[in-house]
Design a protein around this ligand. Sequence first.
Ligand code: NAD
Ligand code: MG
Length: 367
Amino acid sequence: MAATRVVVDIPGERQYDVRIGEDILKDLGAKLAPVLEVQPPSRILVISDSNVAPLYLETCKQGLATLGCPVSDITVPAGEEAKCVEVIGEVWSAMAALGLARDSVVVALGGGVVGDLAGFAGATYMRGVRVVQVPTTLLSMVDSSVGGKTGINLDAGKNLVGTFLQPSYVCASTDVLATLDEREWACGCAEIAKSALIDSDDFFFWLVENAPLLAERQPDVVREAIARSVVFKAGVVAQDKTESRGVRECLNYGHTLGHAIETLAGYGTYSHGAAVAEGMRFAARLGQTLAGTPLELVEAQDALLDQLGLSVLDWKAPAEDILNAMKRDKKARQGAVRFVLPADVGAWELVSVDDDTILEHLRLYFG
Ligand code: NAD
Ligand code: MG
């Protein structure tokens, strides 16, 4: 089956390719050779996690063997907890012990956790070595592997320490998604739905039409959904590389309430995507009041999320608690809670919403 190539072209950065297709991990070295040709690596380090390594590390290392340089690997514990100061310290030490040099390359083989951690390790070791992303979850293929954000969590909050470093190459080998459970699958689907709605009629209505096939993981539809999401994200990042111009805010659609749900329900109770999907349902309803969001959009989005296995959460909390959680979020500015609202498909607005309006809508929504 054919692979799809998306070129990410961000001003001031070297262009890079995202390659999406079935069984392409085994060709990684062949595809990387021209990318790394300017400075052939003296060593490659693959960083993976304890779930992914037993499944795909061997294939990845075999794929890299054609490059003809030593390939080492480290495995970190699976899960969000690995994005911490202690683990990054161990990774840095391992990099030094293995003799990684400035010309070395770090390969991040895993989901968003490994991508963020290995990306940060690569961005900081010797002031930065090249990083290749090999995302293995649907979420990391459509979202975290593209755009250059890397980082770790502190006790004080998620993603508080990090850098921007665009990868040299991204390899999304869709066959690895076969071992992903339903929860992680739906999690990635939420970010696809978010991207489609923010992007355009073309993407949104394509997704509406193909949602049942995406839910069944039909290979062509999966590949196209990833490619469209990557094109969308790359376009946004190209306009706002360091999240300083406001454009990148649109990626937070559904995330204002989503983050509050994750916090209040206890991190990990619901997947990030399930919480974001709930946030999208809420934001569209808030949009009906504040941004002229048409009822048809609210209904089409509800139906789409249902079809993607992102049903309404069996969760509620007092409106005041939800509002307070939103205000504690690092993205809130001067106390005002800001929402990305869909005025229409492909037309979003960033709106600061006063407390009373939020409370009223939360009570309406959660009953
Ligand atoms: P994850 O990396 O924790 O992966 C989810 C689970 O799936 C883990 O247990 C992992 O071991 C397992 N797994 C991974 N690939 C698998 C496969 N092919 N088969 C079976 N199991 C597999 O989580 P995620 O959802 O991929 O990423 C979430 C992280 O991404 C968060 O830390 C978030 O902050 C970050 N993120 C970063 C960005 C960015 O722009 N850098 C964007 C969105 C999210
Ligand atoms: Mg997200």
